[in-house]
Design a protein around this ligand. Structure first.
Ligand code: PLP
Length: 391
């Protein structure tokens, strides 16, 4: 049945009217502990004072001018990202999907301008998610995302997770532009790529002169305990997609790149009306000002260790509901034995929010500002949910 909002979402019967930190208040007054953070978006929780302050100040002055003009807040955010990462340059988008579109265009243009126009193919991996646009679904390639939406954008090679022989063979082809991967698959079920694999991918890209493209839309911006997840492996990409956490709840995404990778993207080759607008960048600057601090990231790591330890205990206590804890930092997952959607639903009754993912996993992506007490409370509520399911 058609509804006034196009019915593409399966929504829970919950209506939140207010948020503060890790808590969401339902219209009926119930308080939910939010372990989903709007799918890894509310990196600093709900209504963080610094974000509210920057946003309202900007809103009182200037909302939007377009990229026809200078935008100081955008320049400041680009400078901060360049300062803290491998990148030499940044393009701002409104979402992760748009970042994917540009990442693909940038890689192809790089080789086109280098006199290798045949290098158009991007290698991607099973279980990946890069957004729902034409390039995003073609990149992921799964039937679930692509069925009925053909003809698909050509030029993607889909490989099985962990099939090193296939990867070596594919990367050696002369029409490959890059390898695109999430350092930690989110939608795919919280599957971290081991550091050694990320290093191996870097070596493979260098060996064949192709671009390493990372999708850190879900795992970036402090979520794994480093500003960006690839830093754990001690390697850096050529192109990186960012979104979600960088805007803390305000639509904002970005493509970060080295000068060499971005060299084809000259004036007039790409654009966005809203991308990097003053409101979004005011919030992005507030997020970066907090998340990029070493002390903040150290705290994320400490809390992540605690959360993980408590979740291991939860899994041990409910072997009929849970199979294992997965993930890294505050990007955690519980592989379920029960149906993951049922576990999420039992969580609603226990007033704790989690997010389902592929591979029968529930995702735990709390605000990075979650407190130790809230972690204990979260596990107590998950325990309640599991007990209700197991009963
Ligand atoms: N890439 C990854 C890894 C994601 O997790 C997502 C969204 O879940 C996207 C891209 C698409 O981002 P957006 O929904 O902001 O367009």
């Amino acid at each position: 049945m058609i509804t006034s909002v196009l019915p593409t979402y399966n929504r829970a019967p919950l209506t939140f009217v207010k948020g503060a930190g890790s808590w969401l208040e339902e219209a009926d007054g119930r308080r939910f502990l939010d372990l989903g953070a709007g799918i890894a978006v509310n990196s600093l929780g709900h209504a963080h004072p610094a974000l509210v302050e920057n946003l309202t100040q900007q809103a009182q002055n200037l909302w939007h001018v377009s990229n026809l003009y200078q935008i100081p807040a955008q320049q400041a955010l680009a400078d901060a990202l360049v300062d803290k990462t491998f990148a030499d340059t940044v393009f701002f988008t409104n979402s992760g999907t748009e970042a994917c579109e540009l990442a693909v265009k940038m890689a192809r243009k790089h080789f086109y301008d280098a006199g290798q126009p045949e290098r158009v193919k991007i290698i991607t991996f099973e279980g990946s998610f890069h957004g729902r646009s034409a390039a995003g679904i073609a990149a992921a390639g799964s039937e679930k995302m692509t069925k009925g939406f053909g003809p698909l954008l050509p030029g993607f090679v889909h490989l099985k997770w962990g099939d090193h022989d296939a990867l070596r063979a594919a990367a050696a082809e002369s029409d490959v532009a890059g390898i695109l991967v999430e350092p930690v698959q989110g939608e795919g079920g919280i599957r971290p790529l081991p550091d050694a694999c990320l290093k191996g991918l870097r070596d493979l890209c260098d060996e064949h002169g192709i671009l390493m493209m990372l999708d850190e839309v879900q795992c970036g911006v402090g979520r794994t305990g480093k500003l960006f997840a690839h830093e754990w492996a001690g390697v850096s990409p050529d192109i990186m997609m960012v979104a979600k956490g960088i805007g803390g709840g305000f639509p904002l995404g970005a493509v970060l790149a080295t000068e060499a990778a971005a060299n084809g993207m000259t004036a007039g080759t790409h654009g966005s009306t809203y991308g990097g607008n003053p409101l979004a960048c005011a919030v992005g600057n507030a997020v970066m000002g907090i998340v990029a601090e070493d002390s903040f990231l150290a705290d994320v790591n400490r809390k992540a260790g605690l959360f993980r330890q408590k979740l291991e205990g939860l899994v041990a206590a409910h072997p009929e509901v849970f199979e294992e804890v997965r993930g890294t930092g505050l990007m955690l997952g519980l592989k379920c034995k029960a149906v993951n959607a049922d576990v999420v639903k039992a969580g609603y009754d226990a007033e704790v929010l989690t997010v389902p993912a592929a591979d029968n996993v529930i995702r735990i992506l709390p605000a990075l500002t979650i407190t130790e007490d809230e972690i204990s409370e979260a596990v107590a509520r998950l325990d309640k949910a599991a007990s209700a399911l197991g009963a």
